[in-house]
Design a protein around this ligand. Sequence first.
Ligand code: G4P
Length: 527
Amino acid sequence: MINEISKRRTFGIISHPDAGKTTLTEKLLLFGGAIQEAGAVKSNKIKKGATSDFMEIERQRGISVATSVLAFNYKDKKINILDTPGHKDFAEDTFRTLTAVDSVIVVIDVAKGVEEQTEKLVEVCRMRNIPMIVFINKLDREGKDAFDLLDEVEQKLGLKVTPLSFPIGMGFDFKGIYNIWEKNINLFTGESKTSIEDTIAFDDVNNPELEKLIGDQSAETLREELELVYEVYPEFDAQAYQKGELQPVFFGSALNNFGVRELLDCFIDIAPSPRPKNAEEREVKPNEDTFTGFVFKIHANMDPKHRDRLAFIKIVSGTFERNKPYLHVRNNKKLKFSSPNAFFAEKKEIVDVSYAGDIVGLHDTGNFKIGDTLTEGEQLNFKGIPSFSPEHFRYINNADPMKAKQLNKGIDQLMDEGVAQLFTLEMNGRKVIGTVGALQYEVIQYRLEHEYGAKCTYENFPVHKACWVEPEDPKNEEFAEFKRVKQKFLAKDKHDQLVFLADSPFSIEMMKQKYPTVKLHYVSEYK
Ligand code: G4P
């Protein structure tokens, strides 16, 4: 078991949309032999869209809504890539997925540099000390100067970087890459789109052979640039990387399959195997004998004939076995799973045993919520599935009085999946849906109608931010007054926690000053 666990590398690829996440994922799968042709990952996306109405929304908008798992073997490692939606309206889904990864690769477009969505996602990784490797993509195009980019990454993302490869030219002049990690040169011919490129060992860049390979001018520039790299950036330190204190950087072109092998080879050398995870009760280590895991994602079944859902479980410790009873801690109920899915490339198949680090997909008829813990009997609750304040808030109204039950059930289940957040106003019991992006309202409306036969309308509710309320003393007069004054703006979230729906930054500041013992938080955690 310990041997199997140490082979696992479970990670996510994050980027701003269009930086090349899908392309890179696909090339990694090609190297793993998990797919045979370029284009397979994308065409798969479209195929799903054609067979399901919900995914049609995704297809039309050209965004990837669903988070799925792609696994393959490479050398002696088992690699699990957790795909994350790049679109900002689904950022919360990505944040949750980041609770299930052991490391990430950050993709940055060489011409656009650090973009908004990258900043947000990296911030979450930084807060959790997740080890990160940066891949600067699209070197076949004109882009920013490599040193300027490294500066930008450090400043905007708050990282401490060290390049492990360095480009020789760029765009029209792009000649290849010097691999600092392996000490070799990889020449770019532009013809390596599907093949695995050859490299030329080059221990010493002062070797005059360099001129013959890349020409006098480029050789001189490369030597100068490498000298600067060695002077300015720290030597790579695997431990610092694993602690989230140092981030290695690679350059390449995913589309041309260039620099991707270097990235992958280094990744399997340095990236961490499954890491321990904190539960409220204790820290759980991956190689413990007994199984533990938690739900980080619930996926609605795309086939309207089957109402069940797929709950994605990250195995934190031990092994997960088919048909063995496990404790669903929140419900205090034993459950058995006869057909757990494992993921391989873009397919899923039934497996008998999965190990810590793996993701299993369990068919669920409504038992699971995001954040739920499964164990062999121990009372454990894993921490750290965050719920951030939504950006948009709207009342949800029932548009078909005959279907009130269906609507409530639909809303409940969609919220369990983490599609959006529900707040119920204390004063009148009205329901408010909070989302990260406006697009989610359409998805919810569509799914309520097509999956639950319920119709809804929305009404604006001007809220600036949701703040989770934590009184120092729930019995003191200050808290009672706060509740009286802000009655109209108080709601309960799905877990019955009290939330203050503030209409402006000013009102948050006012409350903080007036009621210092009532703490306001922008983040909650699913319990
Ligand atoms: P995403 O998942 O991060 O959103 O990005 P995706 O991989 O879909 O890539 C976005 C666009 O960038 C795609 O072009 C893709 O072909 C292109 N791209 C990815 N890597 C490279 C690279 O190394 N060099 C260059 N020049 N382009 C790259 P598209 O026109 O939007 O899509 P498509 O029609 O080519 O599929």
